[in-house]
Design a protein around this ligand. Structure first.
Ligand code: 5GP
Length: 181
């Protein structure tokens, strides 16, 4: 496992190892398979942060009819939420009647999740499910509860496995936590 890290002057320590992450990814995949077997689900990977989680989760799903598309929503700058939520881009034209699974990296305030689900429901899908790698329940202000969670964590700043700090360190295989939080 990699050691302590300093990124943009902030100190980080190892938090979740690659093998623990993969174990939980496989558990979430099996829950999704149980709930979606026999359907043709459309997974929506929320760029940029969820791209590594989505790649691992999607390969573990075991439903050959499953499809994936990539959407983008940005609400974060630096280490604290700006509170702004921008528009979703990249959604396939017609999702009417589809079983949608949003794949997100992390739910913090819940603002992005609420907005995304509302935008999708306006397009009349059959169902909308929400899978997240990380959830910070203590920071979630909107009452939003994700359907599938790999890890519930305290309200600390996390990097690695797709999650960035100002665009950096997404490539780390393990997840790190800001030790000064
Ligand atoms: P929310 O709308 O739930 O407040 O924010 C969700 C987005 O904030 C996530 O998709 C992610 O981009 C960003 N975010 C929230 N917490 C963290 C964190 O601990 N680390 C990183 N790298 N991004 C975070």
């Amino acid at each position: 496992m990699e050691n302590k890290l300093v990124v943009n002057g902030l100190k980080f320590v190892p938090y979740l190892k690659e093998d623990e992450i993969m174990k939980q990814v496989r558990r979430v995949a099996s829950e999704l398979r149980r709930d979606l077997e026999g359907k043709q689900p459309l997974f929506l990977c929320v760029l940029n942060g969820a791209f590594i989680f989505a790649a691992d989760l999607f390969r573990e799903i075991g439903i050959n009819d499953a499809q994936i598309a990539f959407v983008r929503y940005a609400s974060y700058e630096g280490t604290s939420s700006t509170g702004k939520v921008r528009q979703m881009m990249g959604l396939p034209e017609n999702i009417e009647g589809r079983d949608i699974v949003i794949i997100e990296d992390i739910v913090d305030t819940g603002l992005t999740a609420d907005r995304m689900i509302a935008d999708l429901k306006a397009k009349n899908p059959a169902s909308v499910r929400f899978a997240t790698l990380l959830h910070k329940p203590a920071s979630t202000k909107t009452g939003f509860v994700p359907d599938y969670v790999a890890f519930s964590i305290p309200p600390k700043f996390i990097i690695g496995y797709g999650l960035d700090l100002d665009g950096k360190v997404r490539n780390l295989r393990d997840i790190y936590v800001n030790s000064e939080d």
